[in-house]
Design a protein around this ligand. Sequence first.
Ligand code: SF4
Ligand code: SF4
Length: 260
Amino acid sequence: MKRLFFKGRIIIQAIFVVLLLLGLHRTINPVLVLFMPLALIAGNFFCGWICPFGTIQELLGKIGSLFIKRKIKMPSFIQRYAQYLRYLLFLAILPLVLAGIIERNIPIDAYHSFYTFFDGDILTILAIVFLCLFLFISLFFDRPFCNYFCTNSIEYALPSFTRVFTVKRNKTLCVNCKICDKVCPMNIQVSTAGELRNIQCINCFQCIIRCPVPDALSYGKADNLLRKLKHKLKGNSLKNTPEVNHNHKTAVFSNKEDIQ
Ligand code: SF4
Ligand code: SF4
């Protein structure tokens, strides 16, 4: 199964890079909207499997690993807030886009610059600088643009919160080695999750592939989200009741872990 994820993803990524090089990416754009409803069910496959700009950042990251032993990771206390940066950027530019003041894909957007570069239509010097900057950072920091600046993939990221199929950690088997945290290109703390429900997850499955314990991490059907939230709310309301306080402290803690 791990091999299937690994090989399947590489083949699909390669196909979409070739389509880009052949100038066919604009033709297939309408098909890509199908990845939005798919995200509702199975999570965000667009960023980790389809987007050639993500693939190139990943490739540069692998080249960087040949020279740099330890990749730079965002400290968790910054990551907690920094992971929302691209959503804030999206909200900031949305009124300007709706008012027709700017296009959604502004020239300083490295994602847009990347595509227009392959169209032979790179817009400004500034766009080239931004594109090169993010590609350079990719050598020693995983997917810098995807993590904090990509506003183009938010339509695939947000629906993934309700995903029915997700990455699941078996707490009994897990030995807490934290390799999954280290290999996650989106800086997600997989080692504290029960069922992953993080909208930053791009379904690259690196966590599952690199986990040293068989079946400690898997991809499968999640428990019903509404049932979990109901359980959490119930746990919170009972938390202040002295007779049941002890038991429900445990329940609240495990739910906090589960919805990562
Ligand atoms: S890599 Fe596997 S065993 Fe290690 S912390 Fe993550 S889930 Fe647990
Ligand atoms: S949590 Fe796992 S599947 Fe999701 S982005 Fe991180 S490594 Fe990839």
